[in-house]
Design a protein around this ligand. Structure first.
Ligand code: FES
Ligand code: FES
Length: 164
């Protein structure tokens, strides 16, 4: 049994301590915006915030989460997709298949909370989530747009770092 504060609501869940937080969020709590990709902390599809830090929930045993920890999922950053990062994502039309995008947005929100005006290099270094559709250029553009950096396009725009 664990007590979890998710998006401001405290929930008691009946699970083994070694259950990945991702499964609790999806199966017990029913918040399915957080996705399963690799299951081994590599892809970032399962990204959530814990006390403001972006974390990969597939690799976090629920028993390691403290009662006082504040977990935020994609559903918790706004009730109506009105978060500036979500709006920038829509304006730039970032998603292709969309599967990775809630994780990408959670990573972007965490980045901008710490660094409101990130450079291309800052974005590439912080945004290590994998997108199989290769939307990295638009992700970078949307982060710049959310940061208020012109339209998100920059004269020195270099190709986004490729990932496999
Ligand atoms: S599913 Fe968690 S990092 Fe890929
Ligand atoms: S939009 Fe398809 S995996 Fe990223």
């Amino acid at each position: 049994m664990a007590k979890l504060n998710i998006n401001g609501t405290v929930r008691d869940v009946q699970v083994e301590n070694d259950t990945p937080l991702l499964w609790v969020i999806r199966e017990q709590v029913g918040l399915t915006g957080t996705k399963y990709g690799c299951g081994v902390a590599q892809c970032g599809a399962c990204s959530v915030h814990i006390n403001g830090e972006v974390m990969r929930s597939c690799a976090i045993p629920v028993g390691s989460v403290k009662d006082s920890d504040k977990i935020v999922t994609i559903e918790g950053i706004s009730a109506d997709s009105s978060h500036p990062v979500q709006k920038a994502w829509a304006t730039v039309d970032v998603p292709q298949c969309g599967y990775c995008q809630s994780g990408q947005i959670m990573a972007a929100v965490a980045l901008l909370a710490k660094n409101p005006k990130p450079s291309d290099a800052d974005i590439d270094n912080a945004m290590t989530n994998i997108c199989r559709c290769g939307t990295y250029q638009r992700i970078r553009q949307a982060v710049h747009a959310a940061a208020g950096n012109d339209t998100g396009r920059r004269a020195d725009d270099a190709p986004a770092k490729s990932r496999t």
